[in-house]
Design a protein around this ligand. Structure first.
Ligand SMILES: NC(=O)c1ccc[n+]([C@@H]2O[C@H](COP(=O)([O-])OP(=O)(O)OC[C@H]3O[C@@H](n4cnc5c(N)ncnc54)[C@H](O)[C@@H]3O)[C@@H](O)[C@H]2O)c1
Length: 245
């Protein structure tokens, strides 16, 4: 079950972290991988790391916020059967939690650009090919911050993540007749967070630990596979057991 042989999977922001874990798992299930990242060296290092595990991948560095670059890159790739919209900030580098009232509109923009426009750009670019082939899988990597209130300082981030989930729900209705499914996972606190954030927060996780890239990847593999063909428009929380109030 869950084999992906013959499928091409593009994972954005896969140069490290959760995206790399997702790419690794898709590759081990037989998918041909396309590793996207903003940073060329990161994408190439990830490709080389996976090659060392016997997983074939190509590196495709581009900025998901640049609509023209996204279109050009995806045209050059040919068929993309599986798109995983993983690129997102804040990640480990941009993990500055700042109250909305203290942010300027200039500080909102990068968040909206990556977390929302990035998703729109890549999704829009892969859809024509998927429609032509009559099949496709689109998976968003969202966050509990886009599902429930989690903490102060993630207002813009969480709003963008929630918008992407609502995109999933509505787009799924449009493209279901075309054989394309669109789903999202909402990740909770992951083990690549800086310790100052995670130490006290882990106590609130019912299953008692932070999430791993492998936890995220297992859910994505399912949603990418033929076995999930009757599942679309859904948000799957992968978060150690935090349920909505
Ligand atoms: N880490 C967590 O606790 C956590 C929790 C919930 C959701 N998430 C989500 O999981 C996803 C991955 O997070 P992570 O912790 O692995 O982050 P990370 O920062 O470790 O990795 C993200 C990667 O995306 C790349 N990237 C950033 N902007 C890009 C752009 N414009 N174009 C292409 N690539 C770009 C970065 O270079 C980086 O390699 C994100 O969408 C994040 O919002 C993370």
């Amino acid at each position: 079950m869950f084999r992906l042989d013959g499928k091409t999977a593009l994972v954005t922001g896969a140069g490290r972290g959760i995206g790399l874990g997702i790419a690794r798992a898709l590759g081990h299930q037989g998918a041909q991988l396309v590793i996207n990242d903003l940073f060329e060296d990161r994408a190439e290092a990830a490709r080389d790391e996976l090659a060392g595990e016997g997983v074939a991948a190509i590196a495709a560095p581009f900025d998901v916020t640049d609509g023209d670059a996204v279109r050009r890159a995806i045209e050059a790739l040919g068929a993309v059967d599986i798109l995983v919209n993983n690129a997102g900030i804040p990640g480990r580098e941009g993990m500055e939690l700042k109250a909305f009232v203290d942010m300027s509109p200039d500080e909102w923009r990068p968040q909206v650009d990556v977390n929302l426009y990035g998703v729109l750009n890549t999704t829009h670019a892969v859809l024509p090919g998927m429609r032509e082939r009559g099949s496709g899988r689109i998976i968003m990597v969202s966050s509990d911050a886009g599902r429930v209130g989690t903490q102060a300082g993630v207002t813009i981030y969480g709003s963008c993540k929630a918008a992407a989930v609502q995109l999933v729900r509505n787009l799924s209705q449009e493209v279901a007749p075309l054989g394309i499914t669109v789903n999202a996972i909402a990740l909770g606190l992951m083990n690549n967070l800086p310790e100052e954030y995670s130490d006290h927060l882990v106590r609130g996780i019912p299953l008692g630990r932070l999430g791993t890239p492998e936890d995220a990847a297992a859910a994505v593999v399912y949603l990418a596979s033929a076995e999930s063909s009757w599942v679309t428009g859904q948000l799957l929380p992968v978060n150690g057991g935090n349920v909505p109030a």
